[in-house]
Design a protein around this ligand. Structure first.
Ligand SMILES: CC(C)(COP(=O)(O)OP(=O)(O)OC[C@H]1O[C@@H](n2cnc3c(N)ncnc32)[C@H](O)[C@@H]1OP(=O)(O)O)[C@@H](O)C(=O)NCCC(=O)NCCS
Length: 181
């Protein structure tokens, strides 16, 4: 099992937010995992990352959780997930109008060296607890039809396909939902 600890990001950690995002976007699975690219991320200003980190650290509509391993040289971030709250009338990750309050799990990433050790499980637990605390009925996500590893992990964690399918630039994604317990 993992020795990583999971916590919400802190206000000043915008460089770490940027760096783990760029690492995620360099993953071989990135083209089917994220609706974003390394070039686009590298082109974003420091202001962008500062705003994103602030919203995810203390915002009421977003939260980012990271798995950190403590070492002699300080903390290393080895995984991350974010939750985005959508209110009726908002659009979701793929541009659809939301009809009921929804907590979208996005930016799901675990460093290759730390996979298969329960890091994702701990991240999803933290994200789920936060989503429930702010009134959501669980977590919703979209996963690419070809992302077999992510789908298997989500199924193990209690996510169930909703039946909704969406076509994005990278191909087809299915929606999954994990009800609050
Ligand atoms: C998706 C991700 C977060 C999952 O974390 P992880 O630590 O790798 O997940 P786990 O090892 O706990 O679970 C993976 C499951 O897939 C299975 N698996 C592994 N390789 C697989 C493959 N090639 N095909 C199908 N299933 C596979 C494992 O057996 C395990 O299932 P099980 O628990 O039922 O045995 C991580 O792999 C990752 O960051 N991938 C790159 C980014 C990504 O795809 N993000 C998701 C975007 S929706």
């Amino acid at each position: 099992m993992t020795d990583a600890a999971v916590r919400r990001i802190r206000l000043q950690e915008w460089r770490e937010v940027r760096d783990i995002r760029i690492r995620a976007l360099r993953d071989p699975a990135a083209p089917i995992a994220f609706l974003d690219s390394v070039d686009a991320a590298l082109a974003r200003s420091d202001d962008f990352w500062q705003m994103r980190a602030a919203g995810a650290a203390i915002g009421e509509n977003a939260a980012q959780f990271v798995a950190v391993v403590a070492g002699d040289a300080g903390e290393t971030w080895v995984g991350s997930v974010s939750v985005l709250l959508r209110a009726p009338g908002d659009t979701d990750t793929v541009g659809r109008a939301v009809s009921a309050p929804q907590a979208d799990l996005v930016g799901v990433f675990v460093d290759a060296d730390h996979r298969g050790q329960g890091v994702l499980d701990a991240l999803v637990e933290a994200a789920s607890a936060w989503a429930v605390a702010v009134g959501a009925d669980g977590l919703t996500l979209e996963v690419h039809v070809d992302n077999a590893r992510a789908q298997a992990a989500y199924r193990r964690l209690g996510f169930i396909p909703t039946g909704l399918v969406v076509d994005v630039d990278a191909g087809r994604e299915i929606q999954m939902h994990r009800p609050a317990e």
